[in-house]
Design a protein around this ligand. Structure first.
Ligand code: VG1
Ligand code: CO
Length: 544
C-alpha cells in the first residue's frame, strides 16, 4: 500500500491544555487540522516502528471519522499494530488499561471529556505514553513545537475499516485489530475488588443503586460490570447508550449537570447509593441517600479505608492531590504516616509519582479519583471502591462520611466557576492577583489572617521538571484557603475557577450548609480579586 505524503501548513493554536487539545468541532473539521496535530504527535515520538498504538474515544460527534483518519495515518507512519475499541469506543481509563496490559507504545484518546458534543460542540484529542498516562509536559510542548513547523503528514489511500466487527484487518504492514472495549478493563476491576461481597450486598434485595452514564462512554462498562457481573437490577444503569451528542446534555457528573440523578437520590424512596460518570468515563460523582460526597472527601475516605479492599489491603505507599483539591486527604496521610504530595491540576502530574511507587491513591476536586492500577483517573473504579466499602462496612454513605469527619475533621469545600468570561479581563484579574501576592502575607481580613500567598509552582520530585503559574493561592492561619486559576480545558473565552476551603475540627459544627460555612471566604475572594468588577458577573455560573 502506498504511503502518501500530504503537504500542509501549520496552525498556530495547537498547544495542548490541561488534558490534550480541545477545540470546537468546526475547528477540528478544517482541512488538515486533525491531521497536523496527529502528525505532530508522531513526529515527537521515537522508536514506535512496528509497535502497538491503542486508539478509541468517548463516542462523541466526529469520533468515527477521526478514528478512520488516525488509523490511516498511524499505519502510514509505521506502527505495527493498532488496537481500536469496537465502534471507535474506549473510555479514558480503559485506554490506559489496554495500553498497560498489551505493553503498547502509547495510545490516542479522542475526547473532550465532559464538554458538550455535537456539530456545534467540542472535540478533543490526547496522547498517552507507554505507562498508560497522559503525555507529560515536555512531550506536550514538543508536540506543540512540531505543530508550529509542520510541512507534511503521512497517510494511506485506503478504504474505511469496519469498526463494528471484532477481528483483524491488514493495512499494508500494519494489523488493525478491533477489540472489545470493556473486557480488559472489567477483568482488572475483578482483580482489585471483592466482587463476591459486592454481589452479596446487591442481592440482599434491600440495597438499591442507580448509576447515570449520561449517554456517554461509561454506559457499556457500567452495564457489563454492575448489571451483568454484580447483579444490579436491569435498568439500574440509566442513560446507558452512548450518543454522539450525549443526548443533548452536559456529561459532567456534578450537582448541576447530573440534576436528574441528584433529584432521584434526594427524593422520596431514594436508592441507597447513586453515582455518575462523565463523557470519557474518568470522572465520578458519589451520592448516598440524601447525601453528596465531595470528591475531596471521597479521596480522603478511600485513603482511610483502603486496607478493607483486596487490591489495597497491603496499605498505601503515599497519596497525592492536585493543589486546589481540599486538604482532607492530607489529614488521613498524617494519621497513616505516609507522604502526601501536592501537584498542579491535571492527571499528567501524578504519572511520575505513580511510576516511582511513591503514591498509591490520588485525586482531584474535579470529580477525579484514581490509583496505581492505571495512569488515568477512573470513574467506575471509584464507584466500585465505594461499593466494596459499603459491602464491608454495612453502613450508609452518610454515616461513613460523617464518621470520617468526626475522626479527621471536616474540610468545608466548594468551587465557584465563572464560565465564558472575557479572556483579556480574566488574564488581567490573574495578573493583578499575582502582583498582590507579595504584600498579602500577615494582613488581616476580619477573622482571617493571611499566612502565605503565592503563585503555585511545582518541582516534580522524580524528574526535577518545574511547572510554574499553576494557580494563585491565599492561605490563612486556621487552615482556610482561597485558590484562583484559569481553566485549561475550555474552548470559549476564559473560565475562572475559585476554590474555597475551611477546616472544622469540632463535630458539633460540622453540619452546616457548605456555602454558609464558606460565606466569609466567598466574600473575601471577590474583594481580593475584584471578580464582579472585572468580569461583570455578580455570581458564578456553576457552584460545585
Ligand atoms: C479540568 C479540571 C482538572 C481535570 C481536567 C481534565 O481542568 O479542573 O482537575 O484534570 O479538567 O479532566 P481545567 O484546566 O479546566 O480546570 V477531564 O475529565 O476533562 O479529562
Ligand atoms: Co473526563
Amino acid at each position: 500500500m502506498n504511503v502518501k505524503q500530504v503537504s500542509t501548513t501549520p496552525f498556530d493554536d495547537q498547544r495542548p491544555g490541561t488534558s490534550g487539545l480541545r477545540k470546537k468541532v468546526r475547528v477540528f473539521r478544517q482541512p488538515h487540522y486533525l491531521e497536523n496535530f496527529v502528525q505532530s504527535i508522531f513526529d515527537s515520538l521515537e522508536g514506535f516502528r512496528g509497535r502497538t498504538l491503542v486508539l478509541g474515544g468517548d463516542g462523541r460527534y466526529y469520533n468515527r471519522q477521526a478514528v478512520q483518519t488516525i488509523i490511516r495515518m498511524a499505519a502510514a507512519n509505521g506502527f505495527g499494530r493498532l488496537l481500536v475499541g469496537r465502534d471507535g469506543l474506549l473510555s479514558t481509563p480503559a485506554t490506559s488499561c489496554v495500553i498497560r496490559k498489551h505493553k503498547a507504545f502509547g495510545g490516542i484518546i479522542l475526547s473532550a471529556s465532559h464538554n458538550p458534543a455535537g456539530p456545534d460542540g467540542d472535540f478533543g484529542i490526547k496522547y498517552n505514553t507507554g505507562n498508560g498516562g497522559p503525555a507529560p509536559e515536555p512531550l506536550t510542548e514538543a508536540i506543540y513545537r512540531n505543530s508550529l513547523a509542520i510541512e507534511r503528514y503521512l497517510s494511506l489511500d485506503s478504504e474505511d475499516i469496519d469498526l463494528g466487527a471484532p477481528g483483524e484487518t491488514r493495512l499494508g504492514d500494519t494489523v488493525v485489530e478491533i477489540i472489545d472495549p470493556v473486557a480488559d478493563y472489567a477483568e482488572l476491576m475483578e482483580q482489585l475488588f471483592d466482587f463476591n461481597r459486592i454481589h452479596a450486598l446487591i442481592n440482599t434485595g434491600v440495597f438499591h443503586m442507580r448509576f447515570d452514564a449520561m449517554h456517554a462512554v461509561t454506559g457499556p462498562y457500567a452495564v457489563e460490570i454492575l448489571e451483568n457481573r454484580l447483579g444490579l437490577a436491569p435498568g439500574s444503569v440509566v442513560n446507558a447508550v452512548p450518543r454522539e451528542d450525549f443526548g443533548g446534555g452536559h456529561p459532567d457528573p456534578n450537582l448541576v449537570y447530573a440534576r436528574e440523578l441528584v433529584d432521584c437520590l434526594f427524593g422520596s424512596g431514594a436508592p441507597d447509593f447513586g453515582a455518575a460518570s462523565d463523557g470519557d468515563g474518568d470522572r465520578n460523582m458519589i451520592l448516598g441517600r440524601r447525601f453528596f460526597v465531595t470528591p475531596s472527601d471521597s479521596l480522603a475516605v478511600l485513603a482511610a479505608n483502603a486496607h478493607q479492599v483486596p487490591g489495597y489491603r497491603l496499605g498505601l505507599a503515599g497519596v497525592a492531590r492536585s493543589m486546589p483539591t481540599s486538604r482532607a486527604v492530607d489529614r488521613v496521610a498524617e494519621t497513616l504516616g505516609i507522604e502526601c504530595y501536592e501537584t498542579p491540576t491535571g492527571w499528567k502530574f501524578f504519572g511520575n509519582l505513580l511510576d516511582a511507587n511513591r503514591i498509591t491513591l490520588c485525586g482531584e476536586e474535579s470529580f477525579g479519583t484514581g490509583s496505581s492500577h492505571l495512569r488515568e483517573k477512573d470513574g467506575l473504579w471509584a464507584v466500585l471502591f465505594w461499593l466494596n466499602l459499603l459491602a464491608v462496612r454495612k453502613e450508609s454513605v452518610a454515616d461513613i462520611v460523617t464518621g470520617h469527619w468526626r475522626r479527621f475533621g471536616r474540610n468545608y469545600y466548594s468551587r465557584h466557576d465563572y464560565e465564558g468570561v472575557d479572556a483579556a479581563a480574566a488574564g488581567e484579574l490573574m495578573e493583578a492577583l499575582r502582583k498582590q501576592t507579595g504584600t498579602l502575607a500577615g494582613r488581616r481580613f476580619g477573622d482571617l489572617e493571611v499566612s502565605l500567598a503565592d503563585d503555585f509552582a511545582y518541582t516534580d520530585p522524580v524528574d526535577g521538571s518545574v511547572s510554574e503559574h499553576q494557580g494563585i493561592r491565599v492561605l490563612f492561619g486556621d487552615g482556610a484557603r482561597i485558590v484562583y486559576r484559569l481553566s485549561g480545558t475550555g474552548t470559549e473565552g476564559a473560565t475562572l475557577r475559585v476554590y474555597l476551603e475551611r477546616y472544622e475540627p469540632d463535630p458539633g459544627r460540622q453540619q452546616q450548609d457548605t456555602q454558609a460555612a464558606l460565606a466569609d471566604l466567598i466574600h473575601l475572594a471577590d474583594a481580593l480579586a475584584g471578580i464582579r468588577e472585572r468580569t461583570g458577573r455578580d455570581r458564578p455560573t456553576v457552584i460545585t
